[in-house]
Design a protein. Structure first.
Ligand code: NDP
Length: 401
């Protein structure tokens, strides 16, 4: 018998709940808990499975989390709340002897900065408690790391150049909207860019480096170099990598809105006083922007996310390799009521949980996804709605940038 608690009832939480419910042989009991219980109830009602219950919790509070975990006694927490809650949830897991999985690394509320050091600092405590923590198990981070581990296991003796490429060629029909939590998304893309080259991190201005890249079934899209968290663990876990970069596509309309939002101070994360009340402009902006969960209905087009890798094959010869998944917004919406960005995050989180509960990814300590065997996870991607494709010895394009 296995029981999971999903914390967070947003776009990603909704997909995780649907996908866990589709696999009742693994997920015998499912609890959805979030700050606003009515959202959990709505998800449970939409799914309509008898093995789902709901609860409320403020995941910023360790005592509340501890009560929640003691009440339900789950085997695993799937944390799909916000990155701010990672450490409180990990603390509560340690206190209650519960395993842990998330999709985004910890970020303090008052500084737009994310890195793994805060969560890696829990390694020894999880190891001593015999508990497994799986970090960054969405698509990117998540599948991007599993794809890289799969490439290393099956196709390369030495990976030298890694470019993770993330294209959303969908159209939701709104002038401006973010595809996941607007506050987290805007904090991420307005930061300096950063990539890894010959053992050092190179910093660029925000969205300074860009180039058109061709995505399968989509065509050319302007792709911007960003810092992304999986680069930090991948260059450690695959030390032959000489250069690692992350690219994401943005349309001109999106970038113009973003520039205005920044120029008028609406991306600020410090408090300002308005009519005697303290507000954080970016949090206020989130309240007036379209809710990412409501984008699905009219979303057309698809996402394409993958890894482009160059290096030496198993025989030591130079080789190139591209592995990717394309996901349709319409299909994702039909299945779960959410768009493809939530879908491509929620499905891997469910698969990571499945890997743990079926004993394939059990390793006490705190681990990034690429530290586990990629094969059973890759097999499930094909079965659970995110099929992947490989191209060998192709033009990766990224070597020219
Ligand atoms: P949403 O904003 O849609 O949902 C977040 C949920 O967390 C909401 O239900 C919210 O509750 C809840 N929540 C927020 N704060 C608390 C709290 N203190 N206590 C309890 N619940 C809380 O976000 P998404 O679903 O779009 O994203 C979820 C996570 O997935 C984020 O961490 C995001 O960074 C990550 N992500 C990862 C990706 C990947 O590929 N690895 C890609 C996309 C997202 P309420 O409704 O009350 O506000």
């Amino acid at each position: 018998m296995s029981k999971v608690i999903i914390i967070g009832a947003g776009g990603v939480g909704t997909v995780v709940a649907h996908k866990c419910a589709q696999n009742p042989d693994v997920f015998n009991e499912i609890v959805i808990a979030s700050r606003t219980k009515s959202k959990c109830d709505a998800i449970a009602k939409a799914i309509g499975a008898p093995n789902i219950t709901t609860d409320s919790v403020d995941a910023d509070s360790v005592p509340q989390l501890v009560e929640l975990l003691r009440r339900h006694k789950p085997d695993l927490v799937i944390n799909v709340a916000l990155p701010y809650q990672d450490l409180t949830i990990m603390d509560a897991c340690l206190e209650c002897g519960v395993n842990y999985l998330d999709t985004a690394n910890y970020e303090p509320k008052d500084v737009a900065h994310f890195e793994y050091s805060w969560q890696w600092a829990y390694r020894e405590r999880f190891e001593k408690a015999g508990l497994t923590a799986i970090l960054g198990c969405g698509f990117d981070p998540g599948v991007s790391g599993v794809f890289t581990a799969y490439a290393a296991k099956h196709h390369f003796s030495e990976m030298e150049y890694l470019d993770i490429v993330d294209c959303n060629a969908g159209d939701h029909g709104k002038a401006f909207a973010t595809n996941f939590n607007p506050e987290i998304n805007i904090r991420e893309i307005t930061q300096n860019g950063r990539y890894y080259q010959d053992g050092k991190w190179v910093t660029t201005g925000p969205l300074e480096i860009h180039a058109p890249l061709n995505y399968p079934n989509i065509g050319a899209r302007d792709s911007y170099l960003l810092y992304h968290e999986e680069l930090e663990s991948l260059v450690i876990n695959f030390p032959t990598i000489k250069r690692a970069r992350f690219w994401m596509t943005f349309g001109q309309e999106y970038l113009t809105h973003l520039r205005v939002i920044q120029n008028i101070g609406m991306a600020r994360i410090d408090e300002v006083e308005y009519n005697g009340v303290k507000i954080v402009p970016l949090q206020f902006l989130k309240a007036v922007l379209p809710n990412p969960q409501d984008l699905g209905e009219n979303y057309k087009g698809e996402t394409s996310i993958g890894c482009r890798i160059a290096g030496k094959d198993k025989d030591g010869n130079p080789t190139t390799y591209y592995i990717y998944n394309n996901c349709s917004h319409e299909e994702a919406y039909k299945e779960t009521g959410m768009q493809a960005v939530s879908y491509t995050t929620g499905v891997p989180a469910m698969i990571g949980a499945m890997m743990f509960l079926t004993g394939k990814w059990v390793k006490p300590g705190v681990h990034n996804v690429e530290e586990f065997d990629p094969d059973p996870f890759m097999e499930q991607l094909n079965k659970q709605g995110l099929p992947w494709h490989e191209v060998h010895n192709c033009d990766l394009e990224v070597d020219k940038i």
